[in-house]
Every structure is written in structure tokens, then in C-alpha cells.
Design a protein around this ligand. Structure first.
Ligand code: AQP
Length: 333
């Protein structure tokens, strides 16, 4: 079976965009791949976090993996910082990465808003941590959004360079961009993506939102001028709402447009809220029923399974680079 790796950063409450862009696809991947799904907490540290809130978010996200139906019997579920091999391989890869390669990363340029001088080194180096995540597990495919394509290119380049200079060590992974609904936009500003760290919580449907919050957010959602309810790229706000409707109902675009041909925005927003509440109810019930002990068992077992693979790859990388004194000594005894 081909191996797949994907993660979610605990930078804020998990939302509908994360579900549609990641978790929903993960459920499908469980049938076709050997999966490694992780909470990317080391990545969250590239932006300042409140330690107490971060510790809670890590658990919340892992719990949500289980609540949406990711099966720990089928997939390895773990927290990134529980597996120290991620940090160690990052250092080894840092030593084969060129400054120029990281300086070309457009996401760093976008995110270092306060200017290079004040940006954290972690933010600059984060594509190398991502490369370590992927290469540690000898991953074949990595589902990514458009914005991560450049980082995947770097991951491939680093694997190819390391293999060429030090001998075959890493599998060279392929990016995979999922189709429909790849990018949900904010409900309050259709030119911005729905995001965990958005300052405006009204734009984001959180998977743990209470019914009244969901109703309120859809009611206040921005729409475009005109009254027609159609999928139309020149009317991004209404199209975004219809994409959500499509994902909740599994209807075709034609069926949806016919249904709303005699109805207005208020009706669309009411129906969206109702469907969303109905969809989230069992997810929230499952979320609330998972005990701390159950969650810890899943994460401990996931960590152990992840480390079997990660330590093997890291050991091989260290051997190739010649930094393996202890391993050599214990072998000769
Ligand atoms: N709006 C979105 N539409 C579709 N997919 C989305 N994803 C995120 N936002 C949307 C997908 O969710 C997965 C996990 O994302 P992440 O945690 O690694 O970071 P992100 O993409 O940066 O997500 P956020 O919510 O926007 O976080 P912040 O605010 O911290 O930057 C990924 O597969 C992503 O594509």
C-alpha cells in the first residue's frame, strides 16, 4: 500500500475549511493508503502561541480526528512533538538546505509581515520541518493545497540531493491536490480563505460551534450583488455558500441551482444552517464522548507506531552522514 502523510496545525479552533480540505479526504484515504495523520504542533510554534491554549488545542484537534471517523486501527494518529525524530531530522536537513532556497519561499514572504528582521527563524525554516515530516515516513503522497506546492518541491529537491550526495535514504514523495471544494472562503470576506487564526470569528464555522452560533454566522454571511443563486466564479460569496451546500447535501450543481431558482438568500442561509447543525450534531456527540484516557491511549500507540518508522529513517540518515557513534559502538559490542 502506498504511504500518505497529512497534518493539521493546532493554531486555532478546527473549522469547516479544515474538514473539507483535509479531514473529509482523510476518511477516503483510509481505504486506499497506509496513513500517518498528525497534529502539527511544532509548526504551530512558528507563530506565537499561548502555551496553555496550545496544549488544549493539540488534544482538541486529535480528538476531532477521531470524532469525524478517522480510525486508529487503520491509520497512525500522533502528535508531532511526541516524535523527537522530526526535530532531529530537521537539523540534518537544514545542513543540506541552501539559504537561497528558503528565501524564495513565497509563504515566508507573505507571513513575515512585520519584516524579515523581526520574523522568527522557525517561520523561515518551517519548510525544512515540513520536509522532515514527509521524508521521515518514506511517504509516497502528500495531499496539499495550492499554497503548499512550493514547499513540496523543496521537499523533493532535498530528498533527491541527499540521496545523490550521501546514498539512497529517502523516498521522493509526490504532491496530491484534491479536487472539489479545495478552498473554502471566509463567510465574512469571500476574498480571504476560512482560517483558524482569522481575527474575525464570524467568517469561520468551527466544528464545535453551537447551533445558535452556526445560525448567526450563516445569517450574517456576506453575499454578492444581484439575487440569483447560481455557481458563478464572478460572485465568490454566493458561490462559496453554494459549495458548502453542495458538500453538505451531495447534490449536483444543477439540482442545487434548480432548487434555489424560486428561493432567495434568506432561504439558502436557513437551509445551510439547518444542514450544518444536523451534520455537526453526531460529530460533536462523538467528540464529547471520547474520554481523556481513550485519547491518550490512541496518541501513545500512534506515537509508538510512528517512531518505529521514523527512528529507522533517522538512523539511516545519521549513518549516511557519519553521525552515529553510539549506534556503531553498541553494534561492535
Ligand atoms: N479554507 C480552507 N479551505 C479548504 N481547506 C483548508 N485547509 C485550511 N483552511 C482551508 C486545509 O486544512 C488542512 C490543515 O491546515 P493547517 O492546519 O495545516 O493550516 P492552514 O492551511 O494554514 O489552515 P488554517 O486554518 O488557515 O490555519 P492558520 O490560520 O493557522 O494558517 C490543510 O490540508 C489545509 O489545506
Amino acid at each position: 500500500m502506498r504511504r500518505l502523510l497529512s497534518g493539521v496545525k493546532p493554531t486555532g479552533p478546527i473549522h469547516l475549511g479544515n474538514y473539507i480540505g483535509a479531514l473529509r479526504n482523510w476518511l477516503q484515504f483510509q481505504l486506499d493508503y497506509e496513513n500517518f495523520f498528525f497534529v502539527a504542533d511544532l509548526h504551530a510554534l512558528t507563530v506565537r502561541q499561548d502555551p496553555k491554549v496550545l496544549a488544549e488545542r493539540i488534544r482538541e484537534i486529535a480528538r476531532m480526528f477521531l470524532a469525524v471517523g478517522i480510525d486508529p486501527q487503520k491509520s497512525v494518529i500522533f502528535v508531532q512533538s511526541d516524535v523527537p525524530e522530526h526535530s532531529e531530522l530537521t537539523w540534518l536537513l537544514n545542513c543540506v538546505t541552501r539559504m537561497g532556497e528558503l528565501e524564495r519561499m513565497t509563504q515566508f514572504k507573505d507571513k513575515a509581515r512585520e519584516g524579515r528582521e523581526r520574523a522568527g527563524v522557525g517561520l523561515f525554516d518551517y519548510p525544512v520541518l515540513m520536509a522532515a515530516d514527509v521524508l521521515l515516513y518514506q511517504t509516497d503522497v502528500v495531499p496539499v493545497g495550492e499554497d503548499q506546492k512550493q514547499h513540496m518541491e523543496l521537499t523533493r529537491d532535498l530528498a533527491i540531493r541527499f540521496n545523490r550526495d550521501y546514498g539512497e535514504t529517502f523516498r521522493v514523495p509526490e504532491p496530491f491536490i484534491p479536487e472539489v471544494g479545495a478552498r473554502l472562503m471566509s463567510l465574512s470576506n469571500a476574498s480571504k480563505k476560512m482560517s483558524k487564526s482569522d481575527d474575525d470569528p464570524q467568517g469561520c464555522i468551527e466544528l464545535l460551534d453551537a447551533p445558535d452560533a452556526i445560525t448567526r454566522k450563516f445569517k450574517r454571511a456576506v453575499t454578492d450583488s444581484g439575487t440569483e443563486i447560481r455557481f458563478d466564479p464572478s460572485r465568490p460569496a454566493i458561490t462559496n455558500l453554494l459549495v458548502i451546500y453542495q458538500l453538505l447535501t451531495n447534490q449536483t450543481r444543477e439540482e442545487i441551482e434548480t432548487h434555489f431558482s424560486t428561493r432567495g438568500y434568506a432561504q439558502l442561509k436557513n437551509e445551510l444552517a439547518e444542514r450544518m447543525i444536523e451534520f455537526l450534531k453526531p460529530v460533536q456527540e462523538r467528540f464529547n464522548s471520547i474520554t481523556d484516557a481513550e485519547l491518550d491511549t490512541v496518541l501513545d500507540e500512534g506515537c509508538a507506531r510512528a517512531r518505529v518508522v521514523a527512528s529507522q529513517t533517522l538512523g539511516e540518515a545519521r549513518r549516511r552522514l557519519g553521525v552515529e557513534r553510539k549506534a556503531m559502538r553498541s553494534m561492535s559490542q
